[in-house]
Design a protein around this ligand. Structure first.
Ligand SMILES: [Zn+2]
Length: 136
């Protein structure tokens, strides 16, 4: 079973029971960054980087938000989840998901050139890398 799969609501992690940047309302959403094509209204719980949280609060209104720092893993239903700088906009993050020794990373939008504001893109070792290709 893939650690992250594509569904009609967006990318889903079955063992962790969470979505990444879902485009429909879900119970638990991890948001890579606050652009409107990645952060949608209607989910019950949002997890994002500290710098993304105030933007989501402004854009999406009152919700259950949880924010974490880059490189500080948390446990979500037995799956180790951490955020890593994506360099796209302030707070933008890649999502690292680890379960039973297998590591998958979803890039979100990213930029490898350090703009001095967004956080320098961090290459993250993984077994499977799901990449956005809109921005380079
Ligand atoms: Zn974006």
């Amino acid at each position: 079973m893939p650690l992250i799969e594509f569904t009609d609501k967006g990318l889903y992690c079955p063992p962790g029971n969470f979505y990444i940047d879902p485009w429909k309302g879900v119970d638990r959403a991890i948001i890579t960054h606050a652009h409107s094509d990645h952060a949608k209204w209607g989910s019950k719980h949002y997890l994002c980087h500290h710098l993304t949280k105030p933007i989501l609060e402004t854009r999406l209104g009152p919700n259950d938000y949880q924010s974490i720092e880059w490189n500080v893993p948390i446990d979500m239903n037995g799956v180790k989840v951490s955020l890593h700088p994506a360099g796209h906009i302030i707070g933008s993050s890649q999502v690292r998901v680890e379960c039973k020794g297998e590591v998958w990373v979803f890039s979100g939008d990213y930029k490898v050139e350090n703009d001095g504001l967004s956080g320098a893109f961090e290459p993250v070792k993984c077994h499977n890398f799901i990449t956005e290709s809109t921005f380079g």
